[in-house]
Structure formats: structure tokens, C-alpha cells
Design a protein around this ligand. Structure first.
Ligand code: ACO
Length: 443
């Protein structure tokens, strides 16, 4: 079958079907409006494909997640964040040489402009790290005007690929350093020079915590690598779609990524990791009784949601959540830590998974239900959790931005159904004008 037929008021329209490489199928409605005058309505884009993409495959019913065809479970076990970033952005796993060059290029951009190091002091103590991160990234763009303008349409392919590679390396490198500096600024600690190291996580941890690059931190580096890999991409989620949306207007990649950071910050998206821990802490401070929270989450008249539960796409289980939960146990064991919040989280999960409300609505723990326990064990403060998510997701944002630029996307511009007041005639003018003028002593 190549087409479907839509019949409206006895008139039929042939709409082509589009097939993906994993038997996904979509109705192409591109010409629907010009032929029939109709648009489609899909609030929250819950059932709308906004693009064709070769980056990530996700099957929410079966709980499958693959980056460029590789199962997330294999990448989480065997790869590292830098290799996964290369895979997502450039489409294939790097050779040894390509990996080395990629790491070297990222290292070469780790120096933050001096003025920005001074500028970080303008942020008041306690300012949210996500607000600081997005502001700093906006400022960073002012130091790289040649990477912001889109006026080099006539430049050859080699030049524009070089420019793209520069943007990718710069952002991957500097977001990491900025995150570490935001942490240190808030604690009034001196800013440290980034470690010249091939390992992305080792460099980050050194710049943030001042760790020595010794073997004792292998467990911590591995856990951090894993969380970054798991958060690296998730196809057309809210922040990635935002990056594509903003990028489609030919805004600079800096602007697109800043917009992605803002979208990620929301509690329904990446901000959930902070909210989960705050919820678990509240349960703990109230004596560990989670029943009130389950009751509130089920109450239609209460806006409270069980944070870290539910997902737009996963209606079975989130494969990332399984990996994160296992890693929490292993990490705490290896570090010799205990965390009472992990026990509360496990108990909460058990209760929710056996509750008819959560079963009927297919609500399962998502990646962020347990990720905060890992960050806590690594010594990362709760208000930095979403920044950690952004560090991982940056590689996915860049992969989608690059794909969009290469595919030559049209500007993203959805339609709407207007439900406001129909045409009416404006009455007034003179009176309103007189009021405004007298307010400004203009008469
Ligand atoms: N607790 C209680 N009820 C929930 C929850 C929850 N965590 N999540 C969804 N529901 C209920 C909704 O109230 C709704 O009920 P209704 O059918 O009676 O109206 C039903 O389940 C369907 O939920 P929607 O909100 O319509 O689903 P949607 O796909 O729009 O939202 C979302 C998904 C935003 C993730 C939602 O489940 C949520 O807010 N979860 C908590 C926040 C969270 O953990 N976000 C992280 C998501 S993963 C990520 O971005 C990395």
C-alpha cells in the first residue's frame, strides 16, 4: 500500500504513506492543505512526525532505544561518552584516529574567554545553574561571531564542514567547563584550568572538583560516562525539537542550543531529575511514608505528579531507567555509600507499579527516577542535575542541528485552529488616545 484515501464531504484525497527503516509508517499530509483546505490538529505534537531522522530509533511500546542502530544497552556497557557523541553527530563509530582527533579538537577549545571568567561573578549566589549556563552560552556566542552568521552561503563544502566541526568541538568543550565553573562560582571556589585529557569525564571532574587524575576515580568517571551516554539523545523530545525549531530559522547554533537548554529545564522534561530528589527528600523528612504522595498523584484535583514517572513515548518501560537503577546499586556498593533515598525510591516504584492507576495509565519510572541518586553519590548538588542532563543531551542537540542543516529543513512553522472572538469592529480611539496623552502630559 502506497497511499491512503481521505474522504471529506464526498471528495477523496490520496495521501502518500512514508515508511521508516524499522517498519514505522506515516501519512504524508504535506499537500493536504493546498488540495483540501484542511490542516491536521495534534496538540502537544503527540502523534506528529516533524522530520525524517537517521539518528535515534525509539519504540516506546517495546522499550527499545538505539543510537544509529546500536542498542543503548551495548553502548552503555562498552562505549564512552565521547565515542557516543561522535557516533550520534557523524553517523558512524570513530576509528582510533578519528577518535583521537575529535578528543584533541575538543581539548583545544577548553579555554573560556578571560572576560567570561570575570563575568561569572555577576550571578547572585544561589542563582539557578541552568539560568547561568544558558546566559553564559549566549555570551560565549559574542566571542565567535564567525560561527554565528549564516552569510557564507557561497563558501565551499570543505569550509562549511570545518566551521561545523569547530562549532561542535567548541560547544562540547566549553559547556563542560562552564558547568564546572558555575558549580565553583556558587561555592566561592577559585576557577580551575581544564585538565588536558582525552577522557571527557576526567577533564570535567577535575575542573569541577579539582580531582587528581588518579585511578581512584575510575568508578566515578565510569558512572558519569554512563549517565551522559543515557541522556545523549532521545529523538524528537521537547528540547531537541526546540533546537530544530530555532535552528530552522537559520538562527546561530548557539541560539538553538540556548533555546534547548531552556526547554530542558522544565519539570516535565529534564528538570524532573531535580524534582525527583526534592520529592524523595520530602518523603524522607516526613518520616518515609510515601502513601500521601501516591494518593496526591492519583487525585484528579491535585496538580501533583509523581516525579520521574511517566513518559510521552514509553508505554512499557524506559530501557534507560533499568540501566540507571542497576548502576545506582553497583555504584553505591563500590563507593561503600548508602543512600536512604534509594530505598525510598525503590519502595515507591514497587508500590506504584502495583497500583491500578499507574498500571492503567502505563506509567513507569523514566530515566530520571534514579539518575539523581547517581549524581548525589558523585557529589553533584541537586540544583546542578539538569545541567548534567544538558551536558549529555548536547551531543544529541548538535547531531540533530547538523542533520537539519545538511537536509536543508524548511522553517518550522505549525498552524493552528483559531478559537477566539470572530470579526468585530473597533470602537473608541479618541477617548483611549486622550487618556494616554494626558498620562504623559502631552496636552
Ligand atoms: N504521576 C501521576 N499521574 C501521571 C503522571 C505522573 N508522573 N504522568 C502522567 N500522569 C497521568 C496524567 O495525569 C494523565 O491522566 P489523565 O489521563 O487522567 O488526564 C495520564 O497519566 C497521561 O499523562 P499525560 O500528562 O497526558 O502524558 P504526557 O505524555 O503528556 O506527559 C510526562 C508525559 C510529561 C512525562 C508526564 O508523565 C509527567 O509529567 N511526568 C512527571 C515528570 C517527569 O518525570 N518528566 C520526565 C520525563 S522524561 C524526560 O524528559 C527525560
Amino acid at each position: 500500500m502506497k497511499n491512503v484515501t481521505l474522504t471529506v464531504n464526498q471528495k477523496s484525497y490520496e495521501l502518500p504513506l512514508v515508511f521508516g527503516s524499522e517498519e514505522e509508517c506515516a501519512v504524508d499530509i504535506t499537500k493536504l492543505r493546498s488540495e483540501s483546505g484542511l490542516i491536521t490538529l495534534d496538540p502537544g505534537y503527540a502523534n506528529t512526525g516533524s522530520c525524517r531522522s537517521k539518528i535515534t530509533f525509539l519504540d516506546g511500546e517495546k522499550g527499545i532505544l538505539r543510537y544509529r542502530g546500536y542498542p543503548i544497552e551495548q553502548l552503555a556497557e562498552k562505549s564512552n561518552f565521547l565515542e557516543v557523541s561522535y557516533l550520534l553527530i557523524y553517523g558512524e563509530l570513530p576509528t582510533k584516529e578519528q577518535y583521537h582527533d575529535f578528543a584533541k579538537k575538543i581539548r583545544s577549545y577548553s579555554e573560556i574567554p578571560k572576560q567570561m571568567k570575570e563575568m561569572i561573578n555577576i550571578f547572585p549566589k544561589g542563582a539557578h545553574p541552568m539560568a547561568q549556563l544558558s546566559s553564559m552560552l549566549g555570551v560565549l556566542s559574542t566571542f565567535y561571531p564567525h560561527l554565528c552568521d549564516d552569510n557564507d552561503k557561497n563558501s565551499n563544502e570543505k569550509n562549511s564542514n570545518n566551521k561545523e566541526d569547530e562549532i561542535i568541538a567548541l560547544l562540547l568543550s566549553q559547556l563542560r567547563v562552564l558547568a564546572a565553573y558555575i558549580y565553583r562560582h556558587d561555592r566561592e571556589l577559585p576557577l580551575l584550568e581544564p585538565l588536558e585529557h582525552n577522557c571527557f569525564c576526567a577533564s570535567f571532574l577535575t575542573t569541577m572538583f579539582g580531582f587528581d587524575n588518579n585511578d581512584n576515580n575510575t568508578v566515578i568517571k565510569k558512572a558519569l560516562d554512563l549517565t551522559l551516554i543515557l541522556h545523549a539523545d532521545h529523538e524528537q523530545n521537547c528540547s531537541t525539537s526546540t533546537v530544530r525549531m530555532v535552528g530552522s530559522s537559520l538562527a546561530s547554533p548557539f541560539s538553538a542550543i540556548v533555546a534547548g537548554i531552556h526547554a530542558l529545564w522544565g519539570a516535565a522534561h529534564g528538570g524532573a531529575n531535580q524534582k525527583v530528589i526534592e520529592m524523595l527528600e520530602q518523603i524522607e523528612s516526613e518520616g518515609g511514608d510515601h502513601r500521601q504522595f501516591i494518593k496526591r498523584a492519583k487525585d484528579k484535583n491535585d496538580s501533583f505528579k509523581l516525579m520521574g514517572f511517566g513518559h510521552r513515548v514509553y508505554k512499557n518501560f524506559d530501557p534507560r531507567a533499568k540501566i540507571v537503577k542497576k548502576t545506582c546499586d553497583e555504584l553505591l556498593l563500590e563507593l561503600g555509600h548508602t543512600d536512604p533515598l534509594l530505598e525510598i525510591a525503590k519502595e515507591l516504584e514497587k508500590v506504584a507499579l502495583n497500583d491500578s492507576y499507574f498500571i492503567e495509565k502505563q506509567l513507569y519510572p523514566n530515566v530520571d527516577f534514579y539518575s539523581g541518586i547517581i549524581y548525589r553519590a558523585l557529589g553533584i548538588p541537586t540544583n546542578m542535575f539538569t545541567v548534567m542532563f544538558a551536558l549529555g543531551r548536547l551531543s544529541g542537540w548538535l547531531a540533530h542541528w547538523r542533520e537539519m542543516v545538511h537536509e536543508g529543513s524548511k522553517i518550522n512553522r505549525p498552524r493552528q485552529i483559531y478559537v477566539g472572538t470572530p470579526l468585530r469592529s473597533y470602537q473608541g480611539g479618541e477617548i483611549e488616545c486622550a487618556k494616554v496623552c494626558s498620562l504623559h502630559n502631552l496636552r
